[in-house]
Design a protein around this ligand. Sequence first.
Ligand code: ATP
Ligand code: MG
Length: 417
Amino acid sequence: MTRDLAVALDVGTRKICAIVAEVRPDDIFVVGVGIEPSAGMKKGIVNDMGQLTSAISAAVHKAEKSSGFDIARAFVSVAGSHIASVNSRGAVGITGQRGVNLDDLDKAMEAARAIAIPHNREVLHVVPRSYSLDGQERVRSPIGMHGFRLEVEAHIITASSTSVANLEQSVRAAGVEVDRFILNPLASGDAVLTPEEREMGVVVIDIGGGTTDMAIFIEGTVWHTAVIPVGGDLITNDITHWMHVPFDVAEAVKIHHGHALQKAVDPLETFLVEPFGEGMPIEVQRNALAEVVEMRVSEMFDLVRKEIKRSGYDGLLRAGAVITGGCAQLAGLKDIAAQELGMPVRVAKPERLTGMADALRDPAYSTSVGLLRMGLSMETMSVSVRAGSTPVKGLQPFRIGRVIGGFFRRLLPDGDQ
Ligand SMILES: Nc1ncnc2c1ncn2[C@@H]1O[C@H](COP(=O)(O)OP(=O)(O)OP(=O)(O)O)[C@@H](O)[C@H]1O
Ligand SMILES: [Mg+2]
């Protein structure tokens, strides 16, 4: 039996995660995983190619060993402040009385895509949001409908060509070809949002070490994306300065004692820290730590709130916010988010995982897991546009032959082939 396997490579600021998995309609069956600390990335941007390549190699090697497959290509995550997005319209005239066909949709998308892009930027994704036919707005699937003028509203995501090239080169130097770059929050959205949430209007917020990645989904498709260059590492830095301790100690303090809502922490509660691994431990008031953490987290959500406002869709998020990413595990984060954003908040991690998936059932791996289905569904993006369905939705059919042929150099016998 052959399997429909795909490979995800999440190149984060904090960790690199490579996953080999079988993407099935109702779940993701994980065949192998490699997780390694990241290096050479700052706020989602490569700043040391050699270090990054070694970290990627190590994660890929682990995933190869645990899966028994030799990885040749992968869907790779991309984020960073160099990402920009814009909505654009494209129109096409429909001649005769034949009804709208696939070519018309393609031409309208081409027209939408033809925006002026500076020579140092490139288009990462073009996602159709909705169509209008002879002025009738919000047509989801115009195929076969009659009219004279078809317009598409598309969401276009662009990236700095040099940032993308540096990332691609680092991945390549680790022996892996980039099958496709996928914007972090699109992948995270795929892993954690329900179809109902996307339909009602929701913002997914992935708070990692170096970046906060956002995507707004309304009526089933993506309407806005943004990458804000702040993340959980800022909280750790604040603790480093406040307590005069090394980064590693501050990180452990944040994870074990940090709280994002000061008023929820008992003023009498204290904990002990050994600042340099030896000598006298110091006693710290947890409530005072929470004050430091809350200040930073509030500021981060203030930036998120402003970005939502800037999108113009702040009144349309009926399903509220879904928060994920490693930082989503911070105690009290959900409450402060609800308070700052003024909407219902849910903290989410990847669900519907089977196989070797234990390590991945954690908010830090939403992007990593989401890359798999998202990447495969994009393989058939044009096919799904043709069928008139919503392209960014997760469950698209995919071309098995190419996937099997493309991701691995050779298939090692694993008793199941
Ligand atoms: N239990 C926890 N409580 C609080 N913070 C946590 C916890 N676990 C992880 N974090 C924080 O999450 C952040 C790392 O998240 P994640 O693994 O999603 O980052 P990344 O994907 O490598 O980075 P990015 O996406 O920003 O490039 C770090 O700041 C880390 O301190
Ligand atoms: Mg991440």
